[in-house]
Write a protein of this length. Structure first.
Lengths: 239, 746
């Protein structure tokens, strides 16, 4: 199973995702340069966090025109798994692969801390290993995470169970309906503001991020025991 | 040349004469500009150089000391840590957001210049009281600028300090520290070696921004300060991020001979310093510099401080390799000249030579001054405290609440939650602890880093204040389990041409030299910022110590918060002052509760400090401690409260302690007095015997204070019978402490 991690100019969580996938989860991971137009052979694509193109103009607004995004779009239309984390989520919105838009946090400041999110839909390829209603503790780090969708779209999201994660307790950015993650109608493209790659090892203060990657692995066809207390590698390529 | 020409550039008569004499002719206008920036205080350390030479700079782990873009320390396993701190004080006084942002950018490039990947940032900040609107503006802008720039780079901002004092109202301080990690054998130096090698400028275009920024930094602020806004550069963090990645690839490519940052004094300083360090010359053509605007003169090009530029000295014949890597990252690169053997820095504009001066003369031979030093008169007034002046307190709990609410002691979460402190997934002790800890992936090793410096203590006793700053910084990294190994310092003072300011400076250097020598933490680099003075009002003398500690095994780190009900609480170090009033001088308690800035801060016993730190490290290494927290501002009671407040990883929890101190009259001094060499630790009760033996072995006083548990902080005193002094709900104390800064901003 091959995970591809896209590097846009200004991505800065690319190596964190790569480390979590490869060194912690024991998966095969490769970087994909933003100028690549061919991403065949991957089982899942991660659009990592950071500040692609400096977030100049608007977060994700320039990155969506990168050559690789055409390939990602094609990959997604073909049913491939695409996970956008933070800036990756913003890019997916700008690219129209997910509904809605992102505004500045309502506090008008950047926010970095752990948040609690509630799993609203545990039937997706990204949350299949979670139980419904499970509370995950995952860090956020963003200035534009105030998700918005107009009422009609919001109704549709609710009707189709496209709201995957909601902030639990306090909402750090003012997002509509406490939304932290949404998935497309087809169920193979998800965007989430929290950073699962930042909490896959006990030494970092949490391991709940593994649930997301483990779910993707399981969906793609691997089955590995999920033990949040497990440190280091929890799977190997040969199995 | 007319005197007003060179005077207006900040040169002194003696300096102009030296230029004429050395060149054997009058300088051209461009040359004069180049001298004025490189011979500014900011670049040349004219007033400080002599004393800085007295600091210890050697140590078994020091690979590169002062003189390069940053210092380098051996981490072991073939790895090295690069570290440097720098000030950006004047810019934030004028334009806080961009001033702070470009401060981050500059120090990050210093780390890149050594070939390292920047992996952590810390900021030591000083502002005026938040009650004043302008101070709130500068505070908000500075924090916003650090966040805006640092977050975009993907370098975690993991720590630092923030203090608020009237003395910084007109002259706020912004000191930024950056740490990098590199494989030892890849370290680069800022040297233009090898005749014929290419001099390549990469990164941003050159514009008219920031011309004479370093001259601006070398004079007092005044009425016309607002007019200096054009001296401030504007940051472009996206380009800096690309520059980081490109520079790392350049280092790996083997095409690079040397690299240097282009910060203060731009092309002039980077070329002159790189040539001088290598004993070579450089010849450039300003017509080859990619410009941001038309019609720029050679003078403007040479002095521009446009950000996000680096100077690369590339091996002859490998210029295309450099260009290919820059192209990949979408960065401009332009060969602007070559390395020569004649030691001259020659600047052409196409065919015409516009400047031709010896590189060494520019970079290394600025005049050195030995200013007059005189003990300031104010010390006669405030340097002594009679304990009788301080009325004893009635309600200890109310004092504790006042202290927890003062912005100096209150939680800085309002600040650090705006910084991405987790990116790169190496931060294993998050902000809020005594020091930040970072792991190095692929190794068991890690390092701890913190900044410390108490300006009020240095104002009242500069020598002792400097010793305290070094001791506290070292103690802080010990508290997380790291062995202190090296210091980078940022020395913030007023106008050194005033004898009183220079006296403060010389006292601070003396104290710092003594403490660094004793604690085995040599100074590997740093920065001096003078002229932090407006209309005759100088800042407190504020040396900021950046301390690096090395951790052999990151699975054995320690944090300040209490962990488990039933654990015992111990005090390492003295419990009561040697004589009444000795721990009151300069304390936060005196300032916040009694509105007094007076007395001599408690002196550090460096022998005891050293023994205490050795004991801490041994105890943490053996896994005997559950928590460790330095007692500093606010004394024992505040430190105990902080231990109860929890962390992202641990819930808050109560504590109950009894102080048995027969013969001590002043309870306020017991609770809130400030003294060095004191640490609160907690441990499993079954480890008490081992800790006691360890304390005896290291000859460190150890007192059993009480137990962790419950939801209150209880502090009682045993005087025959036991009397409760403080009985407060932890949750209430924590909410005061946590919300204090935000409350002041509303």
């Amino acid at each position: 199973m091959r995970f591809g991690v896209v590097i846009f100019p200004g991505s800065n969580c690319d190596s964190d995702c790569y480390h979590a996938l490869k060194d912690v989860m024991g998966l095969e991971a490769e970087y994909i340069w933003h100028k690549s137009t061919d991403i065949r052979g991957f089982d899942a694509i991660i659009l990592p966090g950071g500040f692609s193109y400096g977030d100049y103009l608007r977060a994700g607004a320039i990155a969506r025109f990168s050559p690789v995004m055409k390939a990602v779009e094609k990959f997604a239309r073909g049913g491939g798994l695409v996970l956008g984390i933070c800036n990756g989520f913003q890019i997916l919105l700008e690219a129209g692969l997910l509904p809605g838009a992102m505004m500045r946090n309502d506090c008008l400041q950047f926010r970095c801390h752990y948040v609690e999110v509630k799993v609203e839909n545990a039937e997706t390829p990204f949350t299949g290993e979670c139980s419904p209603g499970q509370i995950l503790r995952i860090p956020i780090a963003h200035g534009e995470g105030n998700y918005f969708a107009e009422p009609r779209v919001l109704e549709e999201l609710k009707r189709n169970q496209q709201i995957v994660l909601r902030y639990h307790g306090s909402n750090p950015n003012g997002s509509v309906d406490n939304i932290a993650a949404v998935i497309n109608r087809e169920g193979n493209v998800m965007g989430m503001m929290p950073h699962p790659e930042r909490c896959c090892e006990g030494v970092l203060g949490g391991t709940d991020g593994k649930f997301i990657f483990q779910s993707m692995m399981k969906y793609i066809g691997w089955s590995l025991p999920l033990n949040p207390a497990t440190q280091g590698r929890c799977g190997s390529r040969e199995s | 040349m007319k005197a007003e020409n060179w005077q207006q550039l900040g040169l002194k008569p003696f300096e102009y004469e030296k230029i004429v004499k050395s060149l054997g002719r009058e300088p051209t206008w461009t040359e004069l500009g180049m001298f004025s920036v490189l011979w500014s205080e900011h670049c040349a350390y004219k007033h400080s150089r002599k004393l800085l030479k007295t600091l210890p700079t050697q140590g078994e782990r020091v690979l590169i000391g002062p003189g390069e873009n940053a210092g380098v320390v051996d981490l072991g396993d073939g790895l090295a840590v690069v570290m440097k701190i720098e000030s950006h004080n004047h810019p934030i006084a004028v334009e806080p957001y961009q001033g702070a942002a470009t401060g981050v950018g500059g120090i990050v490039r210093d780390i890149m210049a050594m070939g390292a990947r920047p992996v952590a940032l810390l900021d030591s900040l000083r502002f005026g009281p938040l009650e004043e609107a302008r101070n709130r503006f500068i505070f908000g802008g500075t924090v916003g600028g650090i966040a805006g720039y640092g977050n975009c780079l993907g370098i975690p901002t993991v720590g630092g300090e923030v203090y608020f004092e009237e003395a910084y109202s007109l002259n706020p301080l912004c000191n930024v520290l950056c740490v990098g990690v590199i494989e030892k054998d890849k370290v680069k130096r800022g040297r233009a070696a090898g005749e014929g090698n290419a001099v390549i400028l990469i990164g941003n275009t050159t514009g008219r921004d920031g011309i004479h920024g370093c001259t601006f930094a070398s004079e007092e602020l005044g009425e016309d300060t607002e007019e200096k806004r054009p001296n401030i550069q504007v940051g472009d963090p996206f380009t800096e991020k690309l520059l980081i990645e490109a520079c790392l690839e350049l280092v790996d490519s083997g095409a690079v001979v040397g690299m240097t940052d282009m910060g203060a004094a731009g092309i002039t300083s980077s070329c002159a310093e790189a040539a001088a360090r290598a004993g070579m010359g450089i010849e450039i053509d300003v017509a080859k510099v990619p410009l941001r605007e038309e019609g720029m003169t050679p003078y403007e090009i040479m002095l521009s401080e446009s950000q996000e530029r680096m100077l690369i000295i590339a091996e002859k014949g490998k210029e295309d390799q450099v260009k290919a890597i820059c192209d990949k990252w979408g960065l401009r690169s332009a060969q602007i000249g070559v390395v020569t053997a004649d030691g001259m820095f020659r600047v052409r504009e196409r065919g015409t030579i516009v400047a031709e001066v010896p590189a060494k003369l520019l970079a290394e031979e600025a005049p050195i001054y030995t200013p007059e030093a005189r003990k300031p008169a104010y010390l006669d007034e405030v340097g002594h405290l009679d304990p009788g002046e301080v009325s004893p307190i009635g309600d200890a709990a109310e004092c504790l609440r006042i202290l927890l609410r003062t912005p100096d002691l209150a939680s800085k979460e309002y600040v650090y939650r705006q910084y991405d402190h987790m990116v790169r997934t190496d931060t294993i002790v998050l902000p809020g602890a005594d020091a930040a800890v970072l792991r190095v992936k692929g190794s068991r090793k890690g390092f701890a880093v913190c900044t410390d410096g108490n300006g009020r203590h240095c104002y009242l006793d500069p020598r002792s204040g400097a010793i305290s700053a070094v001791a506290e910084a070292a103690r802080n990294v010990c508290c997380v389990g790291a062995k202190p190994v090296a210091v980078t310092n940022c020395l913030n003072f007023g106008n050194p041409e005033k004898p009183e300011v220079f006296w403060q400076f010389s006292q601070v250097i003396e104290g710092m030299a003594e403490a660094c020598l004793k604690l085995g933490t040599p100074v590997i680099g740093g920065n001096v910022s003078f002229y932090n003075e407006t209309s005759g009002h100088a800042v407190y003398p504020t040396p900021v110590i950046g301390m690096l500690g090395i951790i052999q095994d990151t699975s054995a780190v320690c944090t300040p918060e209490f962990k488990l009900e039933g654990d015992i609480i111990l005090l390492l170090g003295p419990i009561a002052p040697p004589q009444e009033g000795a721990w009151l001088g300069g304390s936060e308690y005196l300032r916040a509760v009694h509105r007094m800035v007076k007395g001599k801060p408690a002196r550090v016993d460096l022998e005891l400090e050293k023994r205490l730190q050795a004991m801490l490290l041994e105890a943490i290494g053996k896994g005997l401690l559950k928590s460790a927290h330095d007692i500093s501002d606010g004394g024992l009671a505040v430190a105990l409260a902080e231990c109860c407040f929890g962390s992202p990883a641990h819930e808050m929890i109560g504590a109950s302690v009894v102080l048995a101190t027969p013969g001590v009259r002043r309870r306020d001094e017991l609770l809130f007095g400030e003294a060095p060499a004191r640490v609160i630790v907690s441990a499993d009760p079954s480890d008490f015997g081992r800790l006691k033996a360890l304390a005896e072995k290291h000859d460190v006083p150890l007192t059993l204070l009480g137990k962790v548990g419950g939801d209150h902080l209880d502090i009682a005193i045993a005087e025959g019978e036991t009397k409760t002094l403080i009985h407060e709900r932890v949750e209430e104390l924590r909410s005061l402490w946590q919300g204090a800064i935000e409350c002041l901003l509303k």
